[in-house]
Write a protein that binds this ligand. Structure first.
Ligand SMILES: NC(=O)c1ccc[n+]([C@@H]2O[C@H](COP(=O)([O-])OP(=O)(O)OC[C@H]3O[C@@H](n4cnc5c(N)ncnc54)[C@H](OP(=O)(O)O)[C@@H]3O)[C@@H](O)[C@H]2O)c1
Length: 148
């Protein structure tokens, strides 16, 4: 898949779940998928703050995440591979105790369907979305391009 398909796939998957209060997003990880997610969200007016193990001056590290940061970022997207099968007991190191019913947690991982990251979010009544619909939307986009 190329970046354009990742961007379109992500946007199509997430749009039905977005609400107006989600003006700022925390993006966990800074790899290729993270860059596509940031581009996609900026396109629809959502500001992004990336979290990295080795942050630059515009990013945070995981130890800087606290109640205030999570309160102001109601959309949290996991773009790290943490939690992917067979390592299903791993998840990003965020303070899950501050996740509420106002949050939407999106995981780009689709295997397993409910990662530990999403499980912890659901336990705190957050809305959750895995990477499966994004993968399907990306494939549909690729199919369109190949057949146009
Ligand atoms: N659903 C879909 O359609 C779809 C599409 C694309 C990708 N994905 C999935 O998204 C994930 C990321 O893909 P990618 O291509 O962006 O990979 P990548 O380029 O390797 O980037 C992953 C990023 O995650 C962070 N990371 C890696 N290992 C970590 C660890 N042990 N602890 C904490 N953070 C870690 C790193 O950021 P820092 O170094 O800044 O911490 C890294 O840059 C993969 O699981 C992939 O399967 C899904």
């Amino acid at each position: 898949m190329d970046t354009t398909q990742t961007i379109i796939g992500f946007l199509n998957a997430i749009k039905p779940f977005l609400i107006k209060t989600m003006e700022q997003a925390l993006i966990l990880g800074t790899g290729g998928a993270s860059k596509a997610v940031v581009f996609a969200l900026k396109k629809i007016g959502i500001k992004c703050l990336c979290v990295s193990r080795l942050p630059n001056e515009q990013q945070l590290n995981y130890n800087q995440l606290n109640e205030l940061v999570l309160k102001h970022h109601l959309l949290i997207v996991n773009t790290t591979p943490l939690g992917t099968s067979p390592n299903i007991n791993e998840c990003p190191n965020i303070p899950y105790q501050y996740i509420t019913e106002k949050h939407l947690l999106v995981d780009l991982v689709y295997n397993p369907e409910e990662t530990l990251f999403l499980k912890k979010g659901r336990k705190n009544l957050a809305k959750i979305l895995n990477g499966k619909s994004m993968l399907i939307h990306q494939a549909e986009e690729a199919w369109k391009i190949w057949n146009s």
